[in-house]
Design a protein around this ligand. Structure first.
Ligand code: GTP
Ligand code: MG
Length: 430
């Protein structure tokens, strides 16, 4: 029995020795991992102390860490070297044509962007500016005039100034130009708003929208800040530009003797302008001298001027001549309409007013359709027709969303009037 007990003790002893050897072997591996963790912690601590601790502490822990890290860095760098030898430069880099320098060469026209906006529009106009700059103005640096019926605040000014690559100017609108003229019957105007509200006519009950439409029809081009310029490009909040514009549209207007331009056209909501055409006809009757030869009447009337077909250029985008808007003929037309009272007794928009004026007072070849400027203002899109053009100009619009060949657009009529060939591929977008 004593022999067998001794035998069991030997077995137990052998087991303890084996367990102890195993314990020390595996704990060496654990200590190594713990050591590495500690090193990482120290390294982080060292980095943290650069920002948070005293400088001497930082230097100290860095030098200690540097010494400690040395061994591991050697291993890591040899690993990196082997992986960097697996990579090579992108063979396509530099093979594409890129736009030349920051600023386009050549002269600039006497032109400006112009935006009517409230302080609350700041982030929406910021989006528009960014698009205009990215797609065009970063290379041309045209000025930008901002107009408001109130004082622009600090945020509006600083945000927009930072985004525009040209000079920015901020103007307050004269209350005489943004308010009811004294000949307007307030009660009649209020009753109209009430009625339009009941009939759910968009902006039908809004006073400020009417001031805006009247201001854009008759005054923005006469604001003192605008008087220095001859050409304008109107930009509204939340628009989008879809394609690179690699030339100067202002210069195009000047060189090609254009005076007004558009990207989208459509039929006006007739309840907002029931008597606009009658008022226009009265003016035509007394102002035959202001009607151009070879004008665009056939675009706005299907019966030689008897009735208006409601076609208009969508004026939230316009590039045009300020001299024309300041001309005796245009001012005469605006003042006549103003006296008729339809900005308040109906809800005449600046789009039909500008469009009728352009169609009557300009020769039709003075009006230009910018097919190449991809554009969106809710809810309509102009996406240039022509796949090749869209690719070359990096357009990001979906051509199937293009409004031009839709039945509610008047752009096809414009092509017909100008006897222009419809762009290739237009049928597929109908
Ligand atoms: N300062 C100022 N600007 C205004 C006012 N109302 C409209 N605007 C500006 O006038 C332009 C046209 O107004 P919008 O509200 O965009 O009119 P709209 O394009 O017919 O309608 P939306 O579909 O709402 O865009 C925009 O540039 C607006 O920022 C206003 O009361 N004060
Ligand atoms: Mg708008």
């Amino acid at each position: 029995m004593a022999g067998s007990q001794r035998y069991i003790r030997y077995i137990l002893l052998a087991f303890i020795v084996a367990a102890t050897v195993f314990f020390f072997t595996s704990s060496t591996a654990r200590y190594q991992t713990a050591d590495q963790l500690q090193k990482t912690a120290e390294l982080l601590k060292g980095q943290g102390s650069i920002y948070g601790g005293s400088q001497s502490q930082a230097q100290h822990s860095l030098s200690v860490d540097a010494a400690k890290a040395d061994a591991t860095t050697t291993a890591a760098s040899s690993e990196q070297t082997s992986s960097s030898s697996d990579t090579s430069p992108n063979p396509d880099y530099g093979s594409k044509t890129h736009l030349a320098g920051e600023t386009a060469p050549g002269e600039r026209m006497n032109a400006t962007f112009v935006t009517l906006a409230r302080n609350s529009d700041v982030w929406e106009i910021a989006r528009s500016i960014r698009q205009v700059e990215d797609r065009f103005n970063r290379k041309y640096h045209y000025d930008w005039v901002f107009l408001n019926d109130a004082e622009f605040d600090e945020t509006f000014i600083s945000v927009t100034t930072a985004l525009v690559s040209g000079n920015t100017r901020y103007g307050k609108i004269d209350s005489y130009h943004w308010g009811f003229p004294d000949f307007i019957d307030q009660e009649k105007a209020a009753a109209v708003r009430e009625d339009m509200h009941e009939r759910k006519i968009i902006y039908g009950d809004s006073v400020s929208y009417r001031h805006m439409c009247r201001y854009e029809s008759g005054f923005f081009f006469r604001h003192p800040l605008m008087m220095n310029y001859e050409w304008y490009w109107r930009v509204e909040p939340s628009i989008e530009l879809f394609c690179d514009i690699n030339y100067d549209p202002f210069e195009f207007m000047v060189k090609n003797k254009k005076k007004y331009s558009f990207v989208l056209s459509l039929y006006e909501y007739v309840d907002t302008i029931p008597t606009l055409w009658d008022s226009t006809k009265k003016w035509i009757k007394n102002n035959a001298q202001h009607i151009a030869d070879n004008n665009g009447m056939e675009w706005i009337s299907d019966d030689g001027g008897e009735t208006y077909n409601n076609c208009h250029f969508w004026s939230n985008f316009e590039i045009g001549s300020l001299k024309w808007l300041r001309s005796e003929q245009y001012i005469s037309y605006f003042e006549h309409l103003d006296k008729e009272g339809g900005f308040f007794y109906e809800r005449w928009g600046d789009a039909p007013v500008h469009s009728i004026a352009a169609a009557l007072m300009l020769r039709k070849e003075e009006i230009h359709f910018f097919n190449d400027i991809g554009y969106y203002h809710v809810p309509f899109m102009h996406c240039p027709t022509g796949a090749e053009y869209r690719m070359e100009h990096k357009c990001h619009c979906n051509p199937s969303d293009n409004f031009d060949w839709n039945g509610y657009s008047c752009t096809k009529r414009f092509y017909e009037m100008q006897k222009m060939t419809l762009p290739e591929g237009y049928e597929k977008e109908q």
